[in-house]
Design a protein around this ligand. Structure first.
Ligand code: PLP
Length: 372
């Protein structure tokens, strides 16, 4: 009989299991009966919980509570900022689909290291005179951290505004709106163990946005609709519960995994490893074996990772990020993303390496082709 192995979740950049402290805080918030907009005592209790959470979320990004607009997640936050642009928009070509699809925009290429091409950005700023530029803080597929401070200086010199999709940053790297020099940040709760379906736009002091959803006066009249109170409380709870040593712990596991992979198969390639990356993310290509075949083989062995972006409806599409980096077709078609999080331990690295080595040995590179 086949030995039953414990399953290992290594897909935290897609979503991360909720932390117990978050669940506890949300259960308590579900008990609050009132609508935060109501004037009676039930409403006031709900409002207090909402405003306490707003302060915690704002503080964690060096913003005041007034500059936090809660949304239904990173996708809505991105859509809200981009829909506010009153002129041309430039984005990097490696943005998340929720940025690329939110508005018509001109894409700026990336280098083979996985970061935005600053020369191309400079030329595009001069040629197109955009009103808004949108560049992510860290790429969800490769983990490559973008040079946001440099981007901000270039963008502001032309009078344009800068939006930063910072969804993959919180808990892993510092996300300080002042230090980054961004006018708007998008953030989301579910990448580090908060609830799915809640996020925020963080505004620089003095920046403003018109509502995308209209009607009620919630969120200082900037986003109508009764607030997702339990979700917002959960967002604050994950920020309070996340340890400051966690990034180091994640990086240690990630580095051990990459060393192990290279020791097993010298053909394996770690994408974007020449630049600063998120401490939890590894994008590993094994030329000759299609990404989706690897994901299925690993899944059969109890290891959950993803291929390419793998973000929508379980569909595996070619990675626009790796393509924009100009990587070989063989690399683009054979990359998997491994992303660590709070639920992982050292033994998960061993389990991954044992499954990955068995897979790499079984599927002789060159002989196995992906599906047509
Ligand atoms: N931006 C980036 C970089 C992401 O990785 C994601 C989710 O994968 C999003 C935006 C969308 O966030 P949400 O799932 O909260 O809508």
């Amino acid at each position: 009989m086949r030995e039953r192995k414990f399953p290992v979740y290594l897909d935290h950049n897609a979503t991360s299991p909720m932390r117990p402290a978050v669940v506890a805080a949300m259960v308590e918030a579900f008990g609050l009966a009132g609508n935060p907009s109501s004037v009676h005592s039930f409403g006031r209790d709900a409002r207090n919980a909402l405003e306490r959470a707003r302060k915690i979320v704002g503080d964690s990004f060096s913003a005041t509570a007034d500059n936090v607009i809660f949304t239904s997640g990173g996708t809505e936050a991105n859509a809200m900022v981009l829909s506010n642009a009153d002129g041309l928009i430039l984005t990097s070509a490696i943005e998340h689909p929720s940025v690329l699809a939110a508005a018509d925009s001109i894409p700026i290429g990336a280098t083979s290291f996985g970061i935005i091409d600053l020369d191309a950005l400079t030329a595009a700023l001069r040629a197109h005179r955009p009103s808004l530029v949108s560049v992510m803080l860290a790429n969800n597929e490769t983990g490559a951290i973008q040079p946001i401070e440099q981007v901000a200086a270039l963008v502001h010199r032309t009078g344009a505004l800068l939006h930063v999709d910072a969804v993959q940053g919180p808990g892993k790297i510092e996300v300080d709106i002042c230090r980054l020099g961004a006018d708007f940040l998008s953030v989301s709760a579910h990448k580090i163990g908060g609830p799915r379906g809640v996020g925020a736009v963080i505004l620089r002091e003095g920046a403003d946005l018109s509502p995308m959803l209209r009607g009620g006066g919630q969120e200082r009249r900037r986003r109508a609709g009764t607030e997702n109170l339990a979700g917002i409380v959960g967002f604050a709870a994950v920020i309070e519960d996340w340890g400051t040593d966690e990034p180091k712990r994640l990086e240690k596991m990630r580095n051990a995994l990459e060393l192990g992979v290279k020791a097993v198969n010298a053909d394996a390639l770690i994408v974007a490893d020449a630049v600063e990356r998120l401490p939890n993310t590894s994008c590993i290509a094994l030329p000759g074996i299609a990404s989706e075949i690897q994901v299925i083989a690993l899944d059969l062995d109890g290891i959950a990772v993803s291929a390419g972006a793998a973000c929508s409806s379980g569909k595996v599409e070619k990675s626009h990020v790796l393509e924009a980096m100009g990587l070989d077709e063989a690399v683009c078609g054979s990359a998997i993303r491994v992303s660590f999080g709070h639920s992982n331990e050292d033994r998960d690295v061993e389990r991954f390496l044992s499954a990955w080595s068995a897979m790499a040995m079984r599927m002789c590179p060159g002989r196995i082709a992906g599906p047509p």
